[in-house]
Design a protein around this ligand. Sequence first.
Ligand SMILES: [Zn+2]
Length: 303
Amino acid sequence: MFEKWNEIIIVNGIERHVEIRWDEVFERYCRIIDRVGLELTKQEDFSEKIDEPCIFCSRGKLAKFDEKFGVKQIENDNAFLFPNINPYAKYSSVCAFKKHYIEVGEFSPELIQSNLQLAIEYINKVKKMDDSVRYASINWNYMMPAGASILHPHMQVVADAMPTTYMRKASNEKFEKYIDEELKRERYIKRIGSIGLFVPFVPFGFNEVFGLIEEELEHAIEEIAKAVSSILSYYHSIGRNSFNFSLYYSMENEFPLHFRMITRQNMARYYRNDAMFFERLHFETILERKPEEIAKEIKGFLI
Ligand SMILES: [Zn+2]
């Protein structure tokens, strides 16, 4: 299950190493190379970007649900949810924090919980309205290097009768066996209530954390928020200010409820993107830190 091997390459008389790992669930390799500074740690001032006029701060201009949905937008103290003007699927919405700018280290469990509550309310609502809906995901691009087009923090909720490519691959009998095994291995981090956290053997990105949620989605909101907030505190502690998050939900339990989080490159002008030909055109992730090292580091952090 955890197959890996090493290549030794001599360059200019110096030994260089490439570790290749095989992910048998998603049928892909990843390569862990010697350190070359792939991950940006440098931080730049982007206050100019923070100060730009923001559409999410003008709620009157944002899209509204039609009468069939019942309310124009859903909201609570810290967040509001509205239809995505550029939908990705049959049901596609944006769940924004009310505050225009929040630093990575400032996302408290309460703040994240507010957003998740609205996202789950939306999923339950569309499920009631349309019984063909079988899959949903709650996703987050934080900052431009992670794919956000608007700096104001917001999650995106997608629900559909069709799975995404990832969900289709995750609906595989090897997946559950793999997760059970990871929870016993050295990459296991800790448990937060019903959530088991580990760093995958073959990550999809930098500093990845995988969270298995062994509880119904709506009963696990507080614990998910606590886990995500703790992981973000770790990202903040290692100087990262951009990340992606996805929570994957199969209403018919074709795969276990879980989430993945990765860091992306920091907000820096003329930065080097972390998705190059290997990631985009060969489906392989290039890393320079071993998952076991990350797990050990986070373990010491998430007390
Ligand atoms: Zn704003």
